[in-house]
Design a protein around this ligand. Structure first.
Ligand SMILES: Cc1cc2nc3c(=O)[nH]c(=O)nc-3n(C[C@H](O)[C@H](O)[C@H](O)COP(=O)(O)O)c2cc1C
Length: 177
């Protein structure tokens, strides 16, 4: 089954060639996000921001480096596309739903990107830096009442993905039979 193959091959890519993804690849990834499950079907509570502007990518990269306390690091890894997920979090009690929604969107996008043989990685550190910076949120056009919660970086991987095997032993699992 193709889905299981994508699940097996998906892995975090932290080195990119810099070559931009195509419009058609971007549309496929955005379709995957739109097909993701969202709590109570409230798609109006999530928003996506496709960032392909080099200046903005550099600003996000720099903010992430400050967040991680390492000015030498590049938390976007040189990826040419970052897709931010922002969520409406009117009530702090809704934040679990918001972060779960974001994770569903990002994983769907990651599997679609993997299917397209594009490198990808879930980003949280740089997004936390953005969420804490109101001025930067304005520059990124984050909608009023929305908080950036997660992102995915996508691009052509600088090196081929490693062969992986599926296992049930990475995560401790209790059985109640
Ligand atoms: C919620 C979440 C946040 C993450 N944040 C980051 C991040 O900020 N930077 C990063 O390089 N990887 C990040 N990752 C990727 C994980 O480190 C990675 O998925 C994990 O180590 C397993 O490796 P794999 O993706 O290659 O299977 C994040 C993953 C998740 C699910």
């Amino acid at each position: 089954m193709e889905t299981l193959k994508a699940i097996k091959n998906r892995q975090s890519c932290r080195a990119y060639t810099g070559e931009q993804i195509t419009e058609s690849e971007l549309q496929t990834i955005l379709e995957a996000a739109n097909a993701a499950p969202v709590g109570m079907g409230k798609y109006e509570d999530v928003r996506l921001t496709v960032v392909q502007n080099n200046e903005l990518l550099a600003k996000l990269d720099a903010a992430g480096a400050v967040f991680f306390g390492n000015p030498d690091m590049h938390p976007l890894y040189g990826a040419p596309t970052v897709i931010l997920v922002s969520n409406k979090i009117a009530d702090p009690k809704q934040s679990a739903v918001a972060y779960s929604n974001a994770a569903c969107l990002v994983e769907n996008m990651a599997l679609a990107a993997t299917e397209l043989e594009l490198g990808n990685v879930y980003l949280m550190g740089a997004v936390m830096a953005l969420a804490m910076n109101a001025e930067l949120c304005k520059e990124f056009n984050i909608a009023e009442g929305f908080v950036p919660t997660s992102a995915i970086a996508v691009g052509k991987a600088a090196a081929p993905a490693q062969e992986r095997t599926l296992t049930t032993t990475k995560i401790e699992t209790d059985y109640l039979k």
